[in-house]
Ligand binder design. Sequence first.
Ligand code: C5P
Length: 236
Amino acid sequence: MTERAVIVAADFPTATDLADFLARLPGEKPFLKVGMELFYGAGPDLVRQLKQDGYRIFLDLKLHDIPNTVKSAMRVLRDLEVDLVNLHASGGKDMMEAALEGLTRPDGSRPMLIAVTQLTSTSQDMLEYELLIPHPVEEVVAAYAQTAAEAGLDGVVCSPREVGVVKALCGPEFLTVTPGVRFADDEVGDQVRIATPAQARLDGADFIVMGRPITRAHDPLAAYRRARADFEGVTL
Ligand code: C5P
């Protein structure tokens, strides 16, 4: 995988809010991340419509349940024809393998599947004192990524800071999708392990996910183009 792309986190409550946002990006067809808020609010019909309109979709529902339940849910998601879906690596290898099974169509094709390692809002303190995982976050991310790779997944969600260790362990083709990306002059919000688009590029991330720095920008089009210029190297 050599493509680099900015994925815009479409964290809106309704399809109308999304349409209003997309209207502010004339001439652009961004790779969109549909997460829990929009999916629970607008449902699968919106996803089908966006696919019909030619958008690439990362369906970010972060599944985490017993293997059989995840497999059945993935079977439903595969028919939405999205490009990328995810689950929590902490659900374990059996769950990840079951997910892949559910996602694979009779002809062998399937959306890409990636695993969340540790949320980018998780700090070292939280890891140790709330989750009772007494290891450096980077090590935990690397171990979860390795399990995801062994299960046959296509990549992981991780912070830009962890791309290097994940690629070293799982290979250059193993995808890294990195949220927690902020422009140098942005507010951090609730993200903890963050980097700029330019730094994520230097780190070797395949995709960056940016939400609020674009969706809540005074000029979303300028912010989106700035992110693409910094990360993809495109001049617009
Ligand atoms: O607004 P912001 O740029 O923080 O949005 C980041 C998006 O990426 C959110 O939709 C969030 O749910 C998602 N995400 C994340 N960290 C992960 C996985 C997904 O921030 N580890």
